[in-house]
Design a protein around this ligand. Structure first.
Ligand code: NAD
Length: 503
């Protein structure tokens, strides 16, 4: 197993202010590209106090199903950052995704992926692309709360929280400001998911005015992704919920010409993790041909995050200079290639060009660059606004049934349920997969064995919990199988639930 002893990575001794970085070598090409990235960091005089941790295949094989040695957690929790090479996840056998484990356990709420073309040195149809995807990293359907509810129907809970939205939206604007970017675009589908994506959009609209120096716009995710694929240069920073961000960030990375060149950051309030987008590439491991660019650019993101913009810019500009001088690894070799080099020789070329700026490609500058008159915000990603506590009132209940009577006739189910509503409720409607089928449904509507039956309060009085339990008892005693309930609340008088389609 890899030693856990601290290994200073710098010429002078680390001080208490030197950021602590856990280094994970990973599997496959991981150790090779990590060696290359660390030599570049050293040569650029990055101030890092590093400790190696064991993750990946050998750790899985030792019986740790999460792929991380227990003692590595202590190192990570004492660190400011993790620089992580890709790992090989064994297939089958109940192994967990280490990335998901790290993200959730450490609260890495923001996934940040810069996607910038280096055309013509790496060919792309979109030489103008230069955008950053800021993806919410913990919530949405990735909360992983799923249930099979009937023979035919499975469910995944999409959780969008106000603090989660505030944190990621604020992070996106802070990132834009500190990286000299001009616009933040919100990607959501709130024309359909009015409550969940609607909350994300609403929080975006609340936070955007705090950043008058940054343009803000919101777009529906489907057409926005089409526009991204067509004319990506119209976008700058994009902020979006988890699932959309997962897809959109791969689309954007591919538009630069190669996902193999991308780095990504997973930002948390305590520790943050930096890695290449690609995997462990076991097919080319040990041959000194892997491209270390993704991990080098992840290291650039890490240095910026740790408050070292000078070595970050130095490395990035040396990397751009290396590419435009035609020094390429085989995976990106093409018409502009003058020297095909291996992994370590590529790192040497970057090291040789530290201090140089590219002649053709746009050089990068890093550093905190808030504009004059702009409001200074608190720590990135920290929600700053007070949340009003709304008045919550119960007005009804959705009762979900597993019902598979021959013919699945909604009229029959409705007539069975109506007398069960009792004195406290009335049966408002029944939906199947969200479509109203009673009263007055269409025979064309396809019905599964999963029915939502909406009971609303019979009068203005708030139903008691005893009334809800009595309703469920009547439904059960009538031979119907209720499988879950959702309470219908209003918040400050506004419904906190969606209508049925056709209601
Ligand atoms: P991969 O990204 O490892 O490889 C896909 C293809 O791209 C291969 O042909 C590979 O040779 C090439 N490639 C990848 N990185 C390259 C580089 N830096 N230089 C040159 N060529 C490169 O994807 P995969 O084959 O689907 O996955 C291999 C393993 O990596 C799997 O076990 C998977 O679970 C794991 N993986 C890990 C991470 C991570 O740790 N973050 C991410 C993705 C995949």
């Amino acid at each position: 197993m890899t030693t856990l002893a601290r290994q200073p990575q710098m010429t002078q001794a680390p001080t208490t202010d030197t950021p602590k970085v856990a280094i994970a070598h990973g599997d496959g090409i991981g150790p090779e590209i990590m060696a290359a990235a660390r030599r570049v960091l050293d040569a650029a005089q990055a101030q890092l106090d590093t400790t190696e941790i064991a993750i990946g295949k050998t750790v899985y094989e030792q019986g740790h199903s999460a792929g991380i040695a227990p003692e590595s957690w202590d190192v990570i929790r004492a660190s400011d950052a993790i620089l992580k090479a890709p790992i090989t996840t064994p297939q089958g056998g109940g192994y967990k995704s280490l990335n998901v484990t790290l993200r959730k356990t450490l609260g890495l709420f923001a996934n940040v992926r810069p996607c910038r073309s280096v055309a013509p040195f790496v060919p792309t149809k979109h030489p103008g692309i230069d955008c950053v995807i800021v993806r919410e990293n913990e919530e949405d359907t990735y909360a992983g709360i799923e249930h099979r509810q009937t023979a035919e129907v499975t469910q995944c809970l999409k959780l969008i929280t106000r603090p989660g939205c505030e944190r990621i939206v604020k992070y996106a604007f802070d990132y834009a400001r500190s990286h000299g970017r001009k616009k933040v675009t919100c990607f959501v589908k709130d024309n359909i998911m009015k409550l969940t994506d609607g909350l994300f959009h609403q929080v975006f609209d609340e936070i955007a005015p705090l950043y008058p120096d940054i343009e803000a716009e919101s777009r529906i995710i489907d057409i926005a992704t089409a526009q991204l694929a067509d004319t990506p240069e119209r976008f700058d920073v994009i902020v979006t919920p988890n699932l959309y961000g997962d897809i959109v960030s791969d689309v954007a990375a591919q538009l630069t010409g190669s996902v193999g060149l991308g780095g990504s950051a997973n930002i948390g309030n305590h520790v943050s993790m930096f890695e290449a987008i690609h995997g462990s590439a076991p097919d080319i491991a040990g041959q000194d041909i892997a491209n270390p660019s993704g991990l080098i650019l992840a290291a650039v993101q890490m240095l910026n995050h740790l408050g070292q913009p000078e070595p970050a810019a130095d490395i990035h500009n040396a990397w751009l200079t290396t590419l435009e001088q035609g020094i390429h690894t085989v995976d990106i070799a093409g018409e502009s290639t003058r020297h095909k080099v291996g992994t370590q020789a590529f790192a040497d070329a970057v090291i040789d060009r530290l201090g140089q700026s590219p002649a053709h490609l746009q050089p990068v500058t890093y550093g905190s660059t808030p504009q004059a008159g702009a409001e200074q915000s608190a720590a990135p990603g920290t929600p700053t606004r007070k949340t009003h506590k709304p008045t919550k009132q119960l007005t009804g209940i959705d009762v979900f049934l597993d019902w598979d009577a021959p013919g699945r006739n909604p009229q029959q189910l409705g007539e069975h349920l109506q007398p069960l509503a009792g004195p406290d409720f009335k049966l408002k409607m029944i939906t199947n997969r969200g479509v109203k089928v009673f009263p007055g449904g269409f025979p064309e509507t396809f019905c599964t064995d999963h029915w939502r039956c909406r009971f609303t309060a019979a009068d203005a009085a708030t139903p008691t919990h005893a009334a809800v339990v009595a309703l469920l008892t009547r439904i059960h005693d009538a031979g119907l199988d209720f499988i879950k309930t959702e309470h219908l609340y209003t918040f400050d008088g506004k419904p906190g639930y969606s209508m049925g389609q056709g209601e």
